[in-house]
Design a protein around this ligand. Structure first.
Ligand code: HAM
Length: 411
């Protein structure tokens, strides 16, 4: 027996129904803000993902050589692919460009609850726009999506990686990229003890950076240290605009994000319950990839929801099954098929494929939760009428062809 690969999943119809229902609401949400769907390939040149993050990231990626010895990778995320597409073909389009996507991503990670090797992201990229207005749109839209799908309990954290980088690099002139990354990683994990130990090891006073992790008023703290610089003004304006949308995030200047391309405002959303360690259901921010990929400077930003994590925390009411079954026996199959065709213009209709008797088709309908049945037997065909049966209460009525659609709808 062949098992499915580690970190992947199979989905049964009931789960696919739940997923499609949420996907639909997410699509509706972003389309109401003027976003349009975009599609990029499942695999890309490996360079697309290593250009910014370095070769280390290869360990976390599904990469391979094709028969033409090209180094390729299954996409671990969609921001780099969308920006590659933009730089290749869309740079001259009028701004802003509002794109959204819903696709699977692949990461070679250790699977656990909420962490898979194939998972789905629902995300947007907003290319162009004045920083404050576009950042407002990015964050407000992410919250709008959660409100629309009915996920009420979440924490929104907003930070700014440029402040974080400024604070860290001001500590020592000779701080190399590796040390910086390690500091960011420890901060990102909120590992205060680990951070203290490491800072002491490389000779930095942890007190100088403690304002980044402050839970009191990080903006005031940052102002005290840096003065009223542009980054802090951006954050304040963003908070003001968000409050007009009744969104009140927590400022968290220690957000470093796992990916290396972020340059400004960043944000993360965590589920309040139900996920354990993998609580982060959304992440995003302002980034710099367009120039790196050889395009003309243009600010862009975006976010992606971990769709599978959303599905784990979201409770969805089961949709009522509204299938109709047309029941006929071998001598009346042709009539049954014709009726089913007519009904399918408006309804979901199932036909017997097992060759069962009339009685066992009825009992199949009963056990599968089918609520309405149209019987097309010899009696019906000869006398030119249909028998409609309400499976909830067993009541039967007859009707002619012209009334069928109306009668079955009202049954
Ligand atoms: P990310 O934070 O790496 O950002 O991924 C976004 C979301 O995908 C995470 O918040 C998490 O919910 C989900 N996720 C990540 N890895 C896994 C996994 N192994 N299994 C299940 N869910 C996972 C990005 O990918 C950026 N491209 C977001 C972005 C868009 N930034 C700007 N634009």
């Amino acid at each position: 027996m062949i098992e499915r690969p580690r970190g992947t999943r199979d989905f049964l119809p009931a789960e696919m129904k739940r997923r499609r229902c949420v996907e639909r609401k997410m699509r509706e949400s972003v389309e109401r803000w003027g976003y349009e769907e975009i599609k990029t390939p499942t695999f890309e040149h490996l360079d697309l993902f290593t250009l910014k993050s370095g070769e280390d990231i290869v360990d976390e990626i599904y990469s391979f050589e094709d028969k033409g010895r090209r180094k390729l990778a299954l996409r671990p995320e969609l921001t780099a692919p969308v920006i590659r597409f933009y730089v290749n073909e869309l740079q001259n389009e009028p701004k802003p460009l509002r794109f959204y996507y819903f696709d699977d991503c692949f990461r070679y990670e250790r699977p656990q609850k909420g962490r898979f090797r194939e998972f789905w992201q629902f995300g947007i990229e907003l290319i162009g726009g004045r920083r404050d207005l576009a950042n407002f749109e990015m964050i407000a839209l992410s919250v709008d999506i959660l409100r629309n799908i009915g996920l009420g309990k979440f924490d929104l954290h907003v930070g700014d990686v440029s402040l974080l980088k400024k604070a860290v690099s001001s500590q020592r002139d000779d701080l190399d990229e590796e040390k910086e990354r390690k500091i960011f990683r420890l901060m990102d994990k909120k590992d205060e003890e680990g951070l203290k130990t490491y800072l002491a090891e490389i000779g930095i006073d942890a007190e100088n950076l403690s304002f980044l992790m402050s839970t009191l008023d990080p903006i005031e703290e940052a102002k005290r240290i840096f003065g009223d610089i542009d980054e802090i003004k951006q954050l304040s304006t963003l908070l003001d605009l968000l409050s007009a949308y009744e969104i009140y995030p927590k400022i968290d200047l220690s957000i470093a994000r796992g990916l290396d391309y972020y340059t400004g405002i960043v944000f993360e959303i965590y589920a309040e319950e139900g996920l354990g360690a993998q609580r982060q259901i959304c992440g995003g921010g302002e980034y710099d990839l367009i120039k790196l990929f050889g395009g003309r400077e243009e600010r862009s930003r975006g976010f992606a929801f971990g769709f599978d994590r959303i599905m784990e925390v979201l409770e969805i009411e089961k949709e009522e099954e509204n299938m109709i079954m047309v029941i006929s026996t071998d001598d009346c199959r042709r009539e049954g098929i014709k009726v089913a065709r007519k009904l399918r213009k408006k309804f979901k209709v199932e036909l017997d494929v097992m060759g069962r008797s009339l009685k066992s088709q009825l009992s199949y309908a009963n056990s599968s939760g089918i609520k309405k049945v149209v019987i097309v037997g010899r009696r019906e065909v000869e006398k030119n009428f249909y028998t409609l049966k309400d499976m909830n209460n067993g009541e039967q009525i007859s009707c002619g062809e012209e009334d069928l659609l109306e009668m079955i709808a009202n049954l």
